[in-house]
Ligand binder design. Sequence first.
Ligand code: UT7
Length: 332
Amino acid sequence: MSKITAAITAIGGYVPETKLTNLDLEKLVDTNDEWITSRTGIKERRILKEPGKATSDMAMEAVNELLRKRGISAEEIDLLIVATVTPDLVFPSCANIVSDKVGAKNAWSFDVAAACSGFLYALEVGSKFIETGKHKKVVVCGFDKMSAIIDYTDRNTCIIFGDGGGAVLLEPNFEGYGIIDSVLKSDGSGREFLHQKAGGSLKPPTHETIDAREHYVYQEGKTVFKFATTNMADVSTQIMERNHLLSDDVTYLLAHQANKRIIDYTAEKMKLPTEKVLMNIERYGNTTSGTIPLLFWDYEKQFKKGDNLVLATFGGGFTWGSMYIKWAYDSQ
Ligand code: UT7
C-alpha cells in the first residue's frame, strides 16, 4: 500500500467585525499611524467585543464553515485540536468546548499551547494521527482572543495584537500530497522576553497581581525581534535545503504575521520575490495562533494542486518552526 500523507482538504476562518485601527490606537496610547505602519506593517486589527464571547466562539464559526465546504457532518471528526494561548477557561480545554459547540460527538480533543507557533505544532501532531492510519478526519484550529490579555495602556504590545484565526481539515492522501516535512524547535530560556507574568501556578491571581497589570502580555520587543528574524529564516532555509527546493520551486511562503520586517527578512534569506510572500498583517495584526490559518483562509482560492507551500513561524517560549506542504487540491 502506498504511504499515507496528511493533506489539508478544507479551510474555515473567522475574524470579529469590530476593527481597531491605528488611528483608534492614537487615542489610547502615545503612538501614531506612521510609526506603526513603518515599524510593523499593521494598519488595523479585529477585536472580539461582544460580552460572553470567547476563543471557542470564533473557532466554532471556522469549523462550521469547513464542514459546510467539505460537505461532511461534525460527527465524522475523529480528533479536534485547538492551538491557543487564550482558551475560554484554564480548563477544560478550548478544544473540548469547540467540539461541544459544533457537535463533534465522536471526537476526542485537546489544546496545544505554543504561542505563535501553536498552529504549526498542532498541524504536526494532527498529521501523525492521519499518517499512521489511526484517524480519517482531524480538525486543527489556530485561534486567539489576544484582546483578552493585552494592556491597552502599553504601546509596546497593544499596537501589534488582534483577535481571530482559522481551522483546517486533515485527511489521508495516497498520491504524495499534503504535509511533507517539518522542522520544529523550542527554547524555554527565551520565556523571560515574552510571557504573561501572573495567572498561572507560579503566581496565581491576587489583587496585587491585578494592580501590577501582570495578567497582560509582557514583551521585550527588540530582543524577540532579533531571535525571530534569525530563527525563522534559519528553519525556513533548512526546510528548503533538505527537500531540495530552490526559490523557483517555492510557490508561496506563509509566515507568522508578527511584523512585516521579520517576514521580509525571512523571504530575503529564502530568495523569494514579493509576490510569493503572502501577507494579511495590515488587516489583522498578530493573532498569535491564528495568523497562519488566516493566511490559508484568505489565499485558498489562489492555491493549485501541486503548489509548494513553505510555512514559517516564531513565537513566545521561544518556539519556532517551518513546514513544507505540497498542496492537494485546486480551489474553486
Ligand atoms: O508574535 C511573536 C513574537 N513577537 C514578535 O515577533 C514581535 C517582535 N518585535 C517587534 O515586532 C518589534 O520589536 C516592535 C514592533 C514590538 C517594536 O519595534 P522596534 O522597531 O523594535 O521598536 P523599539 O522597541 O526598538 O523602539 C524604537 C523607538 C523607541 O524610542 P527611542 O527610545 O528610540 O526614542 C520606542 O520608545 O520607538 C519607540 N516606540 C514607539 N513609538 C511610537 C516603541 N513603541 C512605539 C509605538 N509608537 N507604539
